[in-house]
Ligand binder design. Structure first.
Ligand SMILES: [Zn+2]
Length: 57
């Protein structure tokens, strides 16, 4: 899956698969975001929400 991707693309894909990415649901766990929610939808800003549901992204 990673063979044709750049180093940066591999990094982002790995972060998304592990849910260790700069989305509010993850950042909030470490007190790096004020809220775990998506600013537009007011639901937890998870990878699933980011990729499949959020109209903003
Ligand atoms: Zn959203």
């Amino acid at each position: 899956m990673y063979t044709d991707l750049s180093r940066m693309q591999c990094s982002v894909l790995t972060q998304l698969c592990m849910a260790h990415v700069g989305l509010n649901a993850f950042l909030y766990r470490f007190h790096l975001a004020l809220s775990p929610e998506c600013p537009l939808c007011l639901v937890p800003e998870t990878v699933t929400h980011y990729l499949l549901a959020c109209p903003w992204f």
